[in-house]
Write a protein that binds this ligand. Structure first.
Ligand code: NAP
Ligand code: MN
Length: 267
């Protein structure tokens, strides 16, 4: 018999570990091959924890092609749709196909360093570009082939719709319905004086436009953060940011509604 492989991850907290064990037993009983070591032939990933755990799972599996389901033991859980008390119902709905796959697009930044090397970073929530420590950063921004502005401030957030409720929202960005495939560029503490001119609100870009970021000559350290994973560069020539074709396939059970999650979290 060709057993379906299910990979389980949890965030190490007591309830998550307990839920993981219970789920593992239930799935094994039903004939699944359950593992905690992800390989590409896995049929389903289940992540137990909060949104942070979900993001870490996605990165650990390098943006997997298979469906992924989230069990919420964290706070609200924008990515998590299953309660630890509903494991039987979840297994039943998974087996009978009573769910939708929500396609969440991602954001991609390609950093070109002065030696010509290219480094790619993917984000499910966002990619953030900042300067060193708590200094301001000066960046030339172009959209498509058009030079737009010289940004000065704490940094820029390039958020997906799924990530719009995270860091983006904390700094005054808009909440975007995840069905919208767009890139939201949100400034963090932009300076807007006669010396520096930058947009002070978010701008929204369609998926087929790319954005160019060129650090000013004097910027010798750039910090790029994708979903909480930080990389520093000291020789950036340019960064290209755009919506990526890589998608995350999230299992949404019947009754899932983005806007009721938003209401429960923020209102
Ligand atoms: P963290 O600092 O432990 O958590 C940041 C908070 O954001 C957590 O409460 C997390 O939920 C929540 N969150 C993550 N993704 C979300 C989403 N798509 N919608 C709504 N809330 C979301 O860091 P982390 O848990 O590793 O998460 C990394 C994320 O933190 C980054 O992608 C960035 O968006 C966010 N962040 C936010 C701020 C800010 O708001 N000032 C600053 C830096 C980074 P859980 O509690 O369920 O994990
Ligand atoms: Mn967290």
């Amino acid at each position: 018999m060709n057993k379906k492989i299910i990979t389980l991850f949890h965030n190490g907290e007591e309830l998550s570990e307990k839920t993981c064990l219970t789920l593992s037993e239930k799935l094994t009983q039903r004939g699944y091959q359950v593992t905690e070591d992800y390989t590409e032939d896995t049929d389903l990933i289940v992540c137990i924890g909060g949104d942070g755990a979900f993001l870490r799972t996605i990165h650990r599996c390098d943006f997997p092609n298979c469906p992924i389901a989230g069990i919420n033991t964290g706070h609200l859980g924008f990515f998590q749709d299953v309660l630890p008390s509903d494991l039987d119902q979840f297994i039943q709905q998974y087996e009978s196909g009573e769910y939708n796959l929500q396609e969440l697009n991602t954001v991609r930044a390609i950093v070109t360093t002065r030696d010509g090397a290219k480094h790619t970073h993917l984000g499910l929530n966002e990619v953030t570009i900042k300067g060193r420590q708590s200094y301001s950063v000066h960046l030339s921004i172009s959209i498509g082939d058009q030079y737009i502005e010289k940004f000065s401030g704490d940094g820029l957030i390039f958020a997906t719709s799924a990530g719009s409720t995270a860091y983006n929202y904390s700094v005054g960005g808009s909440i975007a319905d995840p069905r919208l495939k767009l890139l939201q560029v949100t400034p963090i503490a932009p300076m807007n004086t006669t010396a520096y001119r930058s947009f002070t609100s978010s701008i929204l870009l369609p998926a087929d436009l790319s954005l160019g970021v060129i650090p000013e000559q004097r910027e010798n350290q750039i910090y790029l953060n994708n979903d909480g994973f930080e990389t520093s560069y000291d020789d950036v020539k340019s960064i290209e940011v755009r919506v990526s074709n890589t998608a995350v396939h999230l299992i949404r059970l019947k009754g899932y509604d983005f806007w009721s999650k938003v209401k429960d979290k923020f209102l």
